[in-house]
Every structure is written in C-alpha cells, then in structure tokens.
Design a protein around this ligand. Structure first.
Ligand code: PLP
Length: 393
C-alpha cells in the first residue's frame, strides 16, 4: 500500500497478507489439476483443499474439518444457511418462522425478504440505542413454527457484538437452529463454535487478509441443508462446482495466520483504536457522537457522527486527502435517510447521514493514526467553519 494513502476501512475489505499472496501464486503455478481427478495432477489439489478445511476448522475450534463447506464468500454462506433450512420446508407446504435482527447484513436481510415472498414468516428484532440486543428478545420471539434464528456475531458498521452464547442456550432448549454471520467477528474476537453453541457460522476470506470470492459455512455435524447449487456433488454435495482451489488454500492459510497471532494483533489494534477515538473527541471539543456499546464491540471499529456536517461531503474531503473511511450513510434505497443500522438504533436522519465508520487492521501503524487524527480534525474544522448549522448551533 502507498505510504501516502491512509487506509482506515478494514471492515470493507482487508489487503491480502503477503504470505497468503505468496501461497496463491504457488498454487496457481503448481496446481492446475482438478481436485476431483483421481490422478497425480488432481490429488495435490484435493490435498490442498483438505488442508485448508483443517485450518479453518482449527480456527473455529470445530470438532471436525468435515463440518466446513467452502463457498464463494459471506453472502453465499448466509444464503446457504437460510435458504438451505427454509426452502425444503416451504416446498413441503409449511410456513416456517425465522428470527433475525433489523441490523443484519443485506445478505441476510435480502435472503429473508426473498423467503418471506416465498411464504416464510420473518421476525426482525429491534436493537437498543447502543446497538445491542438481548437474549430475552429472542426467547420472546420464538414460537412453535420457529425453525431458525440468524443473528450476526459482530455488526459491520458499529462493531457491536450480540450475546450469541446466551442466545444459544435459549435456541437449544427450544429446539431451534441458530446461525451466526461471523464475517465481521472472525479474527477480531475468539470464536469457539461449541462454546458459542451455534449450529451454523458464515465467514469470508476478504475480511481476514485473504482474497475476495471465497468463504465458508461451518455446519454442525448432522444438520442437513438443501444446497443452493446442484451439480457434480463437490463439498459433500452441499456446494457443487469445481473448487476454487487458489481461494480455498488462501483462506486456509489466512486462518492459520490468525490462529497464531489474533490475540496479540487484537490488543495492538484495540489500543490504537481507543487512542484515536479519545484523541478525535478531544481535538473536536467533545462534539463527536459515538455509536454502539462501548464494551460489547470488536476492537478495531469506530462508528461516529460529526454533527452539523453531511457525511458525504466529509468523506469526499477525506478522499481528496487520500484517506479511506466508510460512510455509515451508504444508502442503497436512494432515500438518503442515512445508515439503516444507525436508523435502527434510533438515530435521526441528520446524524445517521453524518456518520462515518473508521476501521483499523493488521497494517495500521501509530504514525498513520497520528496523521489521520490531524487531517480528520483539520477537515472537520474547515467544514464546520462553512456550516450555517454549526455557526447557529
Ligand atoms: N456479512 C457481513 C456482516 C459483512 O460485513 C459482509 C461483507 O461486507 C458480508 C456478510 C458479505 O461477505 P462477502 O463480501 O464475502 O460476500
């Protein structure tokens, strides 16, 4: 990455780790065989895929590598978990009930919209002002027809962590499956699928210093899903299609790197994040509004609103200075009401539109944080100067 450019958008995607990149080049060069071919060209590829399966399973503390199904990423894993459970029931003429939250990623929200149109009933749980959700809410929403609860482990915008461990006690006692979208949590918090008590977990390569276009669904042994893709029966029949060997090997290696250094990396990043958060607020007269629970959140994310400033113009000015952050206000519906996640947390549209997500990662250095602080502060002060709202506050 160019030294002059400042990347503070690790929740959007992460650069590929050089060690992973090296492995990808080697696999691309040395392993063109089809892993399903039983000959000497295919066998090494099959071995790579199985090794990656073990590496992913190890990071998740899964009981068996056979519980990992490789996919094209978080979106596909989420679709597979939801549709794989619900579609067979719809096809049998039943009306299954699914519980999610209002702040899930579009991969979950839109899959549920589709399932709703196909006849399923969906309950979307509200979150509190700090982005949290309680296990009691889940308990109260479960009914006889409930087949699945799907809740993210960590939110992509605020970093807020949901209490999946407590929720799993409830889903287990009520005989309901529990899926978690852990795309933003993996690598940031320790995950032990058995301790967490979930039944399915989605993850994505490009959020953990692997490449885009590869991910996995961890699936507890014994759970039967209807596949999304039908064909040659790869991935134990759950995901047909010739394996993305380069991506899968890369995902495995990215997981192995995390297994080794996640703890140390998390502490380092959290310290930088907390300093940046504190210093930004101090430098801008305590005017910033921070979103999300202060404790129940991943260590790398800051979600904030700058009052009296439009988030889009703040982002554009930061971009002119070669600083990459993300607008919490990205609005796919075009209504420009601001971030749906922050709106669900009760923020008014002005503050939701002025929101910014700053996310740190493996290569964020203290001197970059200092430059970020200085540039961000200068830009906000400049925009405040020309903001009538700020002048008349
Ligand atoms: N779930 C969450 C929480 C995400 O943040 C993302 C990506 O931003 C996804 C799912 C989708 O993952 P992918 O980009 O691998 O399809």
């Amino acid at each position: 990455m160019s030294a002059a450019k400042l990347y503070f958008d690790y929740n959007a995607t992460t650069p590929v780790d050089p060690a992973v990149l090296k492995l990808m080049a080697e696999v691309a060069r040395d392993n063109f065989g089809n892993p399903s071919s039983g000959h000497c060209f295919g066998r090494p590829g099959a071995k790579l895929v199985e090794q990656a399966r073990i590496q992913v399973a190890h990071l998740l503390r899964a009981e068996s590598a056979a519980e990992i199904c490789f996919t094209s990423g978080g979106t596909e894993s989420d679709n597979l978990a939801l549709k794989g459970v619900v579609m067979p029931l719809l096809l049998r003429g039943l009306k299954p009930h699914v519980i999610i939250s209002e702040v899930e990623h579009p991969a979950i929200l839109e899959s549920c919209r589709f399932l709703e149109q196909a006849g399923a009933e969906i309950t979307r749980l509200k979150v509190a002002g700090d982005g949290t959700l309680s296990a009691v809410q889940v308990a109260n929403a479960i009914k006889d027809e409930t087949v699945l609860v799907s809740l993210m482990l960590a939110n992509n915008e605020t970093g807020v962590i949901f209490p999946l461990r407590e929720i799993s006690t409830i889903t287990r006692s009520r005989g309901v499956l529990l899926h978690t979208d852990a795309v933003q949590a993996l690598g940031k918090v320790e995950i032990d699928v058995n301790e967490l008590g979930v039944d399915m977990l989605s993850l994505s390569g490009h959020k953990i210093y692997g490449p885009k276009g590869v991910g996995a669904l961890w699936l507890r042994s014994g759970i039967a899903l209807e596949p999304l893709f039908h064909g040659g029966g790869q991935e134990s029949g759950l995901r047909s299609g010739t394996e993305n060997m380069i991506g899968i090997a890369a995902l495995g290696h990215a997981c192995e790197i995390l297994s080794d250094r996640m703890k140390e990396e998390g502490c380092r990043i959290e310290k930088l994040r907390n300093e940046l958060e504190f210093n930004l607020n101090a430098a801008l007269d305590q005017e910033l509004i921070f979103h999300g629970h202060r404790d129940f959140r991943v260590p790398n994310t800051i979600s904030l609103s700058v009052p009296y400033i439009d988030g889009e113009s703040l982002l554009a000015h930061l971009d002119l200075d070669d600083i990459a952050v993300s607008a919490g206000s990205a609005c796919s519906s075009g209504e420009h009401q601001g971030s749906p996640v922050l709106r669900a947390m009760g923020l008014n549209s002005d503050l939701a539109q002025g929101s910014v997500r700053i996310s740190l990662g493996r290569w964020t250095e203290p001197d970059e944080v200092s430059v970020f602080l200085e540039k961000f502060t200068t830009i906000v002060r400049r925009l405040w100067k020309i903001s009538p709202l700020y002048q008349n506050r």
